[in-house]
Design a protein around this ligand. Structure first.
Ligand SMILES: Cc1cc2nc3c(=O)[nH]c(=O)nc-3n(C[C@H](O)[C@H](O)[C@H](O)COP(=O)(O)OP(=O)(O)OC[C@H]3O[C@@H](n4cnc5c(N)ncnc54)[C@H](O)[C@@H]3O)c2cc1C
Length: 350
């Protein structure tokens, strides 16, 4: 098989082969990438799929297909390998991965100890964790996943193909996403991460925050998700209770000459925090009993014609509606990001 080298140089690489003719595999990968909104570059003899932090090159012949995978970090490579392994398993396509030796823990998984649990305000608890390799969460995405598995199952590990194995099965794991609110790194790669948990009825993390004790071991995967978007001179940031931490991070990182507005929703006046932000931006807090919603706020905001960026994060139905609204109002894909931060139970759910 011919091995191409059209991928941009990146930090970490691996490869896999699948017993599927290239023409057929290419179609399946293009379909998958299109459904995920990932850019695909198609040439005669290869396809390149660009993920957020890595690239997959698909090449091959009439007998088999080769996937050359490169990513900006070992953690990003692990995520990409696990994503592709999951996709291939769903399609019942056997994959032969480059053999991994000497590693047992997924490169994107860190173990840490709980070092602080503090009630920040009526609706938030701040938890701080400390771990020997948490410094990588300072870059490469603002978010991480907390891992909660079946009782006494042990932590996830990798098999000899380097693919993450979930004791008790991956469906048995709860992996909610949280935002790194603060991170303090040491020169040896260790770090302390603080994150703010919005307390809500029925929340498994809410329950955990009430029972966790100092010294408990936790597992985090990541970093995940976007970085701060600095490009636009005008920014509108709208977030519900779960997005207060991310909007706080974004506001603090924006260049000082950025103009615009942040609108944040909290249940209680005592949940309002003083947030660092550029001098020409304003921060509005909406109390939930005022009956305003993140989506209604978006509809009411005038948007400039150029040099603009809108960030919207809230419940799934609102995030989907916001995405449609912004696209209909002429914003291009790189002028907005609308994210579902949680999903309300559907009215017909049992
Ligand atoms: C990129 C990203 C970053 C995030 N950052 C944070 C963060 O920093 N802090 C934070 O608190 N959350 C954050 N979230 C949201 C968090 O992941 C979800 O709220 C998650 O469901 C919490 O898990 P849980 O175990 O508490 O609730 P689950 O066990 O998943 O859900 C239990 C029940 O609670 C409901 N529920 C879930 N979230 C809410 C909510 N916010 N309000 C009301 N009901 C809810 C569900 O519909 C379900 O019925 C983030 C989400 C994303 C995608």
């Amino acid at each position: 098989m011919v091995i191409h080298s059209k991928m941009a140089a990146a930090g970490q690489q691996t490869y896999a082969t699948i017993a599927l003719p290239f023409a057929l595999a290419r179609g399946k990968f293009t379909e998958y990438a299109t459904a995920q909104g990932l850019p695909v570059e198609v040439e005669d003899d290869i396809s390149l799929i660009r993920f957020q932090r890595g690239v997959v090159q698909v090449s091959g012949d009439a007998a088999q297909t080769r996937l050359d995978i490169s990513a900006e970090s070992a953690a990003a490579l692990q995520l990409l390998r696990d994503t592709l392994a999951e996709r291939m398993a769903a399609l019942h396509i056997p994959v032969v991965w480059e053999v991994q030796t000497g590693k047992t823990r997924p490169a994107n998984l860190s173990l840490a100890k709980v070092v602080e649990v503090a009630r920040l305000s009526p609706s938030y608890v701040r938890v701080a964790v400390q771990g020997p390799d948490l410094a990588r969460f300072a870059d490469g995405g603002l978010h991480f996943r907390l891992l909660f598995g079946p009782k006494d199952a042990g932590w996830p590990f990798i098999n000899e193909s380097g693919v993450t194995q979930w004791p008790g099965g991956d469906k048995a794991w709860h992996r909610p996403v949280y935002t790194v609110r603060e991170i303090t790194c040491d020169t040896d790669g260790s770090a302390r991460i603080s994150f703010d948990i919005f307390l809500h009825d029925g929340g498994r993390v809410t329950a955990w925050s009430r029972s966790v004790t100092l010294g408990d071991e936790v597992a985090l995967t990541g970093p995940n998700g976007g970085r701060v978007d600095h490009k636009a001179g005008w920014q509108l940031l709208i977030g519900d209770e779960t997005a207060v931490p991310v909007v706080a991070r974004k506001l603090a990182a924006l260049p000082e000459n950025t103009k615009g507005k942040a609108v944040l929703f909290v249940p209680d006046a005592a949940d309002i925090q003083a947030l660092a932000c550029p001098a020409c931006m304003t921060v509005h807090w909406v109390l939930r009993d005022e009956r305003e919603t993140p989506l209604a706020t978006l509809h009411a905001e005038p948007l400039p014609a150029t040099d603009r960026f809108v960030f919207f994060a809230a419940e799934r139905a609102e995030a989907v509606a916001a995405r449609g609204y912004l696209a209909e109002h002429g914003l291009s894909r790189d002028e907005f990001h609308s994210a579902a931060y949680w999903t309300a139970p559907t009215s017909d759910a049992p």
